[in-house]
Design a protein around this ligand. Structure first.
Ligand SMILES: [Zn+2]
Length: 82
């Protein structure tokens, strides 16, 4: 298992100085964030706004590069156009 480097593990509040792995730290931070969002309307509102904004951007920003540009880039990368 990969362990957090000491400076990160000791300094990151979620680790509690226990040298947790990055995944353990990420899981703990996620759990703490969810717990906070459940009890803080201000942050929950900001979170919901950002989640909705990300969905809108993901759904609307689906432009495809012009075919001539795609071909030039793929040629430069040595790949066949799809
Ligand atoms: Zn909050």
């Amino acid at each position: 298992m990969v362990r957090a480097v000491p400076a990160f593990g000791w300094g990151y509040p979620a680790s509690g100085g226990r040298g947790l792995s990055y995944k353990e730290i990420a899981d703990t931070a996620r759990d703490q964030s969810h717990h906070h969002l459940d009890s803080c309307g201000h942050c929950a509102s900001a979170h919901d706004f950002e989640a909705e904004l990300r969905q809108v951007i993901a759904s609307r920003c689906v432009d495809r590069a012009p075919e001539c540009l795609r071909r030039r880039i793929l040629d430069a990368l040595g790949e066949d156009p799809r």
